[in-house]
Design a protein around this ligand. Structure first.
Ligand code: SAM
Length: 258
């Protein structure tokens, strides 16, 4: 996976991506990070990249020129690495914006299949619409709140995507069942000691009976999802028996509320 990030603050992204699991994945060459400073493509003698908004209003807007030239530079770099004809489609260019589609695990899975991903981080009041029209293929938000820049959102996205790239997690199993896979939240986890502050690890997890453990975990996932994120359940991937379990759960909770 090759990430290309167009930003005014490359050091912010390099710092985060150089640490822990992401740092190791980069050292191993499983992911590469190419940060490009949009300011380097300013043609203003003071290196300015922002200007006042037409029509008035508060704040500044990132000008189209520097963003467009940065994008061209990145795309040419990718093309040079993939000589004519070897790459069928142009890489996706993702603008981080609170106006985009809200990022989720399914999107992370889809993006993880790409060879190159190009990200564009905004600042101030955002970016001149014409640059977005010319360069961007996807508009993505990390949630319904407004941040000062796209740098934290891009790190969130790259972290979620990278852990789905084969070999990035030490133990591949640890990405096997996680929250939001099958549209369910993960079951509760326990480690040693067996007893802590008079609270015990559930017996089934100590039984060594794999089928029972699996059944218990799936049921716990269904219970958690029902309690914390019922909005996920209509799209949850459940077996016939698990659907029956959920129906009983809904009925018994309904009775408790009466
Ligand atoms: N005026 C813009 C609007 O109302 O849509 C918000 C601009 S915001 C202050 C500056 C930059 O932060 C945006 O261009 C975007 O790159 C980034 N940003 C802010 N909130 C975000 C979010 N929830 N998800 C992704 N990017 C975000």
């Amino acid at each position: 996976m090759n990430y290309h990030v167009m930003t005014l603050f490359p050091e912010m992204i390099e710092q985060v991506m150089g640490t822990s699991i992401m740092g190791r994945a980069t050292e191993k060459g499983l992911i590469t990070l190419n940060t490009v400073n949009i300011r380097d493509f300013s043609e203003n003698k003071h290196n300015r990249v922002d200007d006042y908004p037409y029509g008035g209003g508060a704040g500044m807007v990132m000008a189209a020129g520097p963003v467009y030239r940065t994008w061209k530079h990145v795309m040419e770099g990718i093309k040079a690495r993939n000589p004519e004809g070897t790459k069928e489609k142009a890489p996706r260019v993702i603008y981080l914006t609170p106006q985009g589609k809200v990022f989720n695990q399914k999107m992370a899975e889809e993006f993880a299949k790409e060879e190159d991903l190009v990200f564009l981080c905004g600042h101030y009041e955002g970016i001149d619409e014409r640059a977005l029209e010319l360069c961007v293929t996807d508009f993505v938000s990390i949630g319904d709140y407004v941040l000062t820049g796209g740098e934290l959102p891009v790190c969130v996205m790259m972290d979620a995507i990278s852990r789905l790239v084969p070999g990035v997690l030490n133990n591949e199993d640890s990405a096997e069942f996680e929250s939001l896979q099958d549209n369910l939240l993960e079951y509760p986890q326990y480690t040693r000691p067996v007893s802590f502050m008079d609270k015990e690890v559930p017996d089934v997890l100590l039984s060594g009976h794999h089928a029972n453990i699996e059944k218990w975990r799936r049921e716990q996932s269904i219970i958690r999802t029902y309690k914390n994120r019922p909005d996920l359940l209509p799209d949850a991937v459940l077996s016939k028996k698990e659907k029956q379990f959920l129906d009983k759960l809904i009925q018994s909770e309904g009775k408790n509320e009466e």
